[in-house]
Design a binder for this molecule. Structure first.
Ligand code: NAD
Length: 439
């Protein structure tokens, strides 16, 4: 067991992004001395001034400032040096997927090399990044052993504990959700459990292997993707039958065994649309997992078809997409459905405009589209508007500015249908169209 003195000594958190910095700040406020390491010098410099580079994460600024004041959090680009001073190393560096859906390990492989350089006897390394089952042991554990010369499970310890939090409420989720912990052996698991008990003070679920812990995280994401795909399939069918999907969901979900998710224009972000490929690439090539991916990625086309039904050919038509972000109130464009919408609209030769209050004009321009402020008079020239991410700013959207608009496609079923229709604009959605009007 790690004794109290050692535990309250040094932890290195490798990767100071949204999750890594939050973890580092929470640990540092729970009596651990934390070194955060990141390859981004700007990130490191900001943290070393007691500030957070992450926006929109409630409570994080205060935790970083408190840790800075109590001198329990510092940041560095020198991962190996920080690891050399630590008993515990937490790895929370992303694993991505490329355009051909191959797993891209470049960042985490580089981090593992640096960790191996700094590791000493008895170091506990815990991976938290979502990864394909088997990787902790057979890719990273093996590499750490080979590069450090220390024997895995005997001279250094290895555990996996997935991060299950949600952006915008990470600190709250860290307390709320049980931490799933698996180890390469019993000793590794016990050391990790002991650490999380003190560092997070949350419930723990100990599982029998690293692979069980890895699998459980990917399974959560697959469950959500499949559930949303089912909701989308049913939403499309409600439109044929002539019932309203929101009403159906509310009624069905009043019974505890039914937990239909919300249908919508698509699934984005760096979790749900990506992690199913961690199973698909390992052989789960048939059945619901790959099918759900196809259904959810087809929703952007489904929405555009509805716009075409109303407007006709979209060639030279002005189409405004609300929200570059993949979901409401986060500045995160990864795998946003807006990217699928842009792709298709450009192929149809529409003039594509994007509004997103969380992004700058130059950030939006990177996607080959024109940014459009809602204050601009040019809003009056839009032929169609598509809501992709229901940001707070859109809750009080003034639809009167869209005087030439023929259709508003509400991809999140959140806009005020009556107000839109009162202005003579056609309202379409995913499963919540006005049935009487359509029949
Ligand atoms: N963001 C979420 O909502 C969320 C939720 C659950 C789980 N996760 C998991 O957490 C991981 C990290 O997510 P995030 O949102 O914090 O990512 P992020 O992109 O915000 O941050 C990643 C950080 O890692 C740094 N980095 C890259 N290579 C490095 C290296 N070799 N050494 C040190 N630092 C390096 C980057 O500079 C960046 O600061 C995800 O890949 C995922 O597995 C994320």
């Amino acid at each position: 067991m790690i004794n109290q003195e050692e535990t309250l000594a040094n932890v290195t958190v490798v990767g100071l992004g949204k999750i890594g910095l939050t973890l580092a700040a929470v640990f540092a406020n729970n009596h651990f001395n934390v070194y955060g390491s990141d390859i981004n010098e700007g990130v490191v410099a900001t943290i070393n001034q007691g500030k957070s580079h992450i926006t929109n994460e409630p409570g994080l600024d205060q935790l970083v400032a408190a840790a800075y004041n109590s001198k329990t959090l510092s940041a560095t680009t020198e991962t190996a040096e920080a690891v050399a001073k630590s008993n515990i190393v937490i790895v929370i560096v992303p694993v991505l997927i490329d355009n051909q859906y191959n797993v891209d390990y470049q960042f985490i492989d580089a981090a593992v090399k640096e960790i191996a350089r700094g590791m000493k006897e008895d170091t506990l390394v815990i991976f938290e990044t979502t990864i394909p089952p088997g990787d902790t042991q057979y890719r990273f554990g093996k590499k750490l052993q080979e590069l450090s010369g220390l024997r895995l499970g005997e001279e250094f310890y290895l555990a996996y504990s997935p991060e299950r939090v949600y952006s915008n409420r990470i600190i709250e989720d860290l307390k709320k959700y049980p931490k799933i912990v698996g180890g390469i052996n019993e000793k590794s698991r016990e050391l990790a459990v002991d650490f999380y008990k003190k560092a997070l003070n949350c419930k723990l679920i100990e599982v029998s292997s690293l692979e069980t812990a890895e699998f459980s995280k990917v399974a959560e994401c697959v469950y959500r993707d499949v559930n949303i795909a089912l909701a989308n399939e049913l939403a499309k069918f409600t439109e044929k039958i002539g019932v309203n999907m929101s009403e159906v969901r509310k009624a069905s979900n009043s019974q505890p065994y039914s937990y239909l998710h919300e249908p919508g224009i698509g699934v984005g972000g760096h979790c749900i649309p990506i992690y199913p490929y961690f199973f698909i690439n390992k052989g789960l090539t048939k059945g619901m997992t790959p099918m759900a991916r196809k259904i959810n990625d087809s929703m952007a086309d489904y929405a555009i078809n509805k716009v075409e039904e109303e407007v006709g050919s979209l060639k030279d038509k002005n189409v405004l997409i609300l929200g570059l972000a993949y979901r409401e109130n986060v500045k995160e464009p990864t795998k946003s459905t807006t990217l699928l919408l842009i792709d298709r609209l450009i192929k149809l030769r529409a003039n594509v405009f994007v509004n997103d209050p969380l992004f700058t004009n130059s950030e939006i321009k990177q996607y080959g589209v024109s940014p459009l402020s809602l204050q601009s008079e040019f809003t009056s020239k839009m032929d169609a508007v598509i809501l992709q991410a229901f940001h707070k700013a859109y809750e009080s959207l003034d639809f009167t500015k869209f005087i030439s608009c023929k259709i508003i496609l509400d991809g999140r079923n959140k806009l005020n249908k009556n107000e839109i229709q009162r202005l003579g604009i056609t309202y379409r959605s995913i499963g919540n169209d006005d049935i009487k009007e359509r029949l």
